[in-house]
Design a protein around this ligand. Structure first.
Ligand SMILES: NC(=O)c1ccc[n+]([C@@H]2O[C@H](COP(=O)([O-])OP(=O)(O)OC[C@H]3O[C@@H](n4cnc5c(N)ncnc54)[C@H](O)[C@@H]3O)[C@@H](O)[C@H]2O)c1
Length: 274
């Protein structure tokens, strides 16, 4: 049977790079916000011999995510992997906007896939280095369980806590908290996926050369190179290799954890004084 992989944020930098790799042995279903961009991505992938299709999906809308899954399953296909790259960065909107898309979107995608996950399946959620190394007292982790049960209350707490360092860092902190949530939530869901013989991991990129990475370059992303071991932005295909491998059947014992792909940034921050 043909294997199917769904890629959210599929027309984005990391989404397309992942589609090029997973597409060598999976049928690819792209999900993103804009039909024209989806059509252009399908043309590009098809030209390389990849079986690609796609549909508009807003990950913040649970019904839209469910429609995506039904679209991907049409013709009696089974979705064996989801690579969830869809997300937004601090420069793209308010703290609430960022928390809503990154956190609630991840809950929607995870729950929709969990409901049909089977032996050998895998979900890879994209988090961020920004979700690592935050002072524990700062992170409103007590609110994290509410993301699934009471998303409005969850967002309110995230937005309120993000104000702690003033207006300038509001969206930035909400981004960090939303990605700390993705890491926490992916670990928390490991047992539920395991009960179905499936896996879930998060992958945390550092600064990567995509549309989003370029947008954030002058707002802190480029400063991280001071600490990184590799003094350049990562290439989309370098994180896509990890996303595709994590989603493949090969790492059958990899679940409930986060993989940091940050060019040694966190290591550099940790050892900067020694
Ligand atoms: N680029 C970086 O430096 C970097 C660093 C750390 C983490 N990340 C994370 O990596 C992931 C992929 O980022 P990228 O660099 O490929 O960015 P990108 O902007 O190229 O791609 C993101 C895609 O997500 C889509 N998207 C946004 N909101 C959506 C929604 N509501 N529903 C469906 N799709 C939606 C966008 O249309 C876009 O195509 C994101 O989650 C991002 O937070 C990126």
């Amino acid at each position: 049977m043909t294997k199917t992989a769904v890629i959210t944020g599929g027309t984005g930098g990391m989404g397309m790079a992942t589609a090029r790799i997973l597409g060598t042995d999976h049928r690819i279903v792209l999900a993103d916000l804009n039909q024209e961009r989806i059509d252009a991505a399908i043309v590009e992938l098809s030209a390389s011999g990849i079986d690609a299709s796609g549909t508009v999906c807003d990950i913040t809308d649970r019904a839209s995510v469910e429609k995506l899954m039904v679209f991907a399953e049409a013709g009696d296909h089974h979705v064996r992997a989801v690579v969830h790259t869809a997300g937004v960065s601090p420069q793209m909107g308010s703290a609430q906007f960022v928390a809503h898309i990154n956190a609630i979107g991840t809950v929607n995608v995870t729950e929709a896939f969990l409901a049909r996950a089977a032996e050998g399946d895998a979900l890879v959620n994209v988090a961020s280095v920004a979700g690592h190394g935050l002072p524990k007292v700062l992170v409103p982790s007590g609110a994290f369980p509410k993301a699934a049960s009471d998303p409005v209350a969850f967002e309110k707490i995230i937005v309120r806590r993000s104000r702690v360092f003033g207006k300038k860092l509001h969206s930035g902190l909400a981004y960090s908290f939303s990605k700390a949530f993705v890491i926490w939530y992916s670990r928390k869901q490991a047992a539920a996926f395991g009960a179905r013989g499936a896996r879930i991991v998060s992958v945390s990129p550092g600064s990567f050369d995509t549309a989003m990475g370029k947008l954030e370059a002058d707002h802190g992303a480029a400063d991280l190179l001071t600490f990184s071991a590799i003094k350049r932005f990562g290439k989309p295909e370098e994180v896509a290799a990890v996303l595709a491998f994590s989603a493949s059947e090969a790492p059958g014992y990899l679940t409930g954890t986060d993989i940091l792909v940050d060019g040694g940034t966190r290591a550099g921050q940790e050892f900067k004084k020694s």
